[in-house]
Ligand binder design. Sequence first.
Ligand SMILES: [Zn+2]
Length: 139
Amino acid sequence: MASQDGGDRADFGCVACCAEDAAVAQAHHRSPDGVRPERMIRDDSHFIVSVQRCGLCSQAFVSVFTEYIDWVASQDAQYRTVLPITDAEADDLMAGRLSPHRAGALGHGRRHLQSDWPSDAEEPSVYWDSGVFEVREGH
Ligand SMILES: [Zn+2]
């Protein structure tokens, strides 16, 4: 994994998958040639966890998607967290040695790409957040 040239960027990824601008980073993550799924860890309709890898720099990520059915609003709330992880952590997740529910603890001292789409919002908000986060299954 290539270390970046100082600055305050985290030591993960490249200028595409870990772009300073969260919207730019997300565009790369969504691109077919950007960050590709490597292994599905959980694939429930409201809780989807996968290990992904950047096509440019091979940085591994864990992606956690949760959806909450909102019977009142017309659309369901969706939340997605994408955290860069080491190859060893990716191996642990894929081998089942690390529960996806504990993946949030890996966020300590790192940034993660967060996409929040509450049921009452017209568009998702995308931003870099940092630190440990809670992994909860949607419903
Ligand atoms: Zn990359």
